[in-house]
Write a new protein. Structure first.
Lengths: 231, 334
């Protein structure tokens, strides 16, 4: 009689207003715009305040790194959250509800190599495998496994474009928005793995015990996202 | 000098141990008063026997060879060992059988997630009682157990494990799409679900049924809403749930139950009603269970059965949190 995951990091969930984990960084502006469109006044979160927690009407916004959102939501420290599909794919074992594709923050997860450089294909042909540097090791490993190729995946934390330039790797797997960073580093897209957009996620318990509020939030964000997409 | 212990295991010191024992005693009182008898089974079993209960190897994470070369495994729950016990030790007896246990079980952990490798489950198994009465009896005991633990705000989610699969069969979904759709549901990926359902290319009505069902959760009105979506599989499942819910109402515990048509537990042996336990003070489920009418047959004694298990350590944390919030009911475990 058991769910698959038995976690020791079980924490109290706050009563009171619904807590929404909001990603800082590239998705921050789009997220606040969407919340505004859904009728939630986010002006408190827009200043250059150093605060991390903002009361916005019926919601409390908790701001954090996008990759921390699933952690907070899974544990119930936030009832719901917004983050990129790239984060959810990389942390696919987090037990959270993925409720809604919000449409914005559209990026591509790609395999890229040096422009005009045959090393990627060459390594595979001669050695039967190649080296890939990435901040998304699990997405990369899965992609090469699914496509039946052997890759040595090397996890790096900083600018991944550096790796092929200095010979750490034959290519990279990374999230690409405009593609300018790739271009500036003399890299080009070789394969597209998946398109990633912002997603609404919810804690499992909050999805059941605060069903009305979670559904209302999802509905208003769905409408707002549809409206934003039309414009 | 500090010597390490494996991640996901822990030492318990006297203060916590006292509280855990007190909680355990309160739960055991309810189980005993409800007519259940305590059993204990070995922590290690033959892997082959555990795998008989769940084709995927009863997610047994720790396996090893004994001195004669036999493959052994640490149990990952108590349901399969009790199914084995009933088929062997009670082969000639008349059902129903009522058992309870407070026992350690073992699971694999992923690094740096704070998951427990070793944990304690407290639960019951009712073997040889049909739905809906058998199910209702087990849920009533569960409700009384939560009361005894002082968790007056805890909610029991009640769903149907085969509803969605049957609905997909009825709509003629191909086997590979069916598997993918059930996988999205099991991982709570409702965005993926929508994409997969759209790919089936069904009519608007069938599409809406498939997408609305997992979001239907609440009181009795949920059954009417589901009923309104139509279809034979939905009809059968709402029939089963209505019968269970009525039986629960008769026993006076229906108000503890939230009907949830999106509930899906991923153990291989559930055949009908499934339950999960939530407390508002905690971000994780406290436990769960359901009907497993085919499991006993795999051990050669086909009998309908139901059970639940609570994670003792989580119930204890929920108690502490509810106490801190001033929400403890009944007799707090003083």
């Amino acid at each position: 009689m058991n769910p698959p995951v038995v976690s020791g990091v079980t924490r109290a969930v706050a009563d009171g207003p619904l807590r929404l984990a909001v990603p800082r960084g590239a998705l921050f502006g789009g997220t606040l715009d969407l919340l505004d469109a859904a009728g939630i006044d986010t002006s408190a979160a827009r200043g250059d305040s150093r605060s991390l927690v903002f009361e916005c009407g019926e919601l409390v916004l908790v701001t954090m790194r996008p990759s921390d959102v699933p952690t907070y939501v899974e544990a119930g420290a936030a009832h719901a959250g917004i983050t990129g599909k790239d984060v959810l794919l990389e942390q696919r074992d987090r037990a959270v509800y993925e409720l809604l594709d919000l449409g914005y923050g559209r990026c591509r997860m790609v395999v890229a190599g040096r422009r005009g450089d045959p090393r990627l294909g060459e390594s595979e042909r001669r050695l039967g495998q190649f080296r890939i540097a990435t901040k998304y090791p699990r997405i990369a490993e899965r992609h090469f496994e699914d496509t039946g190729r052997q890759a040595e995946v090397i996890e790096v934390k900083g600018s991944v474009e550096l790796a092929p330039l200095v010979g750490l790797a034959d290519g990279i797997v990374d999230l690409v928005d405009t593609g300018r960073t790739l271009e500036e580093n003399d890299l080009e897209v070789r394969e597209e793995i998946v398109v990633c957009t912002a997603r609404l996620v919810a804690n499992r318990i909050a999805h059941k015990l605060r069903a009305a509020e979670v559904d209302a939030l999802a509905d208003s964000l769905r409408e707002a996202a549809a409206g934003t997409a039309e414009r | 000098m500090t010597h390490p212990i494996p991640p996901g295991t822990r030492d318990v010191l006297p203060d916590e141990m006292r509280e855990l024992r007190r909680l355990e005693a309160a739960l055991i009182d309810v189980f005993s008063a409800s007519g259940y008898g305590e059993v204990s089974t070995p922590t290690i079993e033959y892997h082959e026997v555990l795998a008989r209960g769940d084709e995927r190897g009863a997610p047994a994470a720790y396996r090893f060879f004994d001195e004669s070369g036999a493959l052994l495994a640490m149990r990952s729950d108590m349901t399969i060992p009790i199914a084995r016990l009933v088929s062997g030790r009670y082969a000639a007896e008349q059902p129903p059988f009522r058992f309870f246990y407070v026992a350690r079980a073992y699971r694999a952990v992923r690094p740096q997630r704070g998951q427990m490798r070793e944990f304690t489950q407290a639960g019951i198994e009712l073997v040889g009682a049909e739905a809906p009465d058998g199910t209702a009896e087990v849920i009533e005991v569960l409700a009384r157990t939560l009361d005894a633990a002082g968790l007056s705000r805890a909610v029991i989610g009640l769903g149907d494990s085969v509803l969605y699969g049957q609905l997909l069969d009825e709509l003629g979904a191909p086997a590979d799409a069916r598997a993918r759709i059930l996988a999205t549901l099991a991982t709570h990926d409702l965005v993926g679900l929508e994409a997969e359902v759209d790919a089936l290319g069904l009519g608007a009505g069938a599409r809406e049924t498939l997408l609305r069902l997992p979001n239907l959760r609440g009181g009795r009105e949920v059954l009417d809403e589901a009923h309104g979506l139509g279809g034979e599989a939905v009809e059968r499942a709402t029939g089963r749930l209505t019968a269970t819910f009525d039986a629960l109402a008769e026993r006076g515990v229906a108000d503890r139950v939230q009907l949830d048509l999106g509930l899906l537990r991923d153990l291989g042996y559930y055949t009908g009603a499934i339950v999960e336990v939530y407390d508002p003070a905690l971000g994780h489920v406290l436990g769960g269970g359901g009907r497993y009418d085919e499991l006993m047959g795999r051990f050669g004694r086909p009998l309908p059965a139901t059970g639940f298990a609570l994670y003792l350590e989580r119930v204890h944390i929920a108690q502490a949190e509810e106490e801190r919030l001033g929400n403890m009911s009944g007799e707090p475990p003083s």
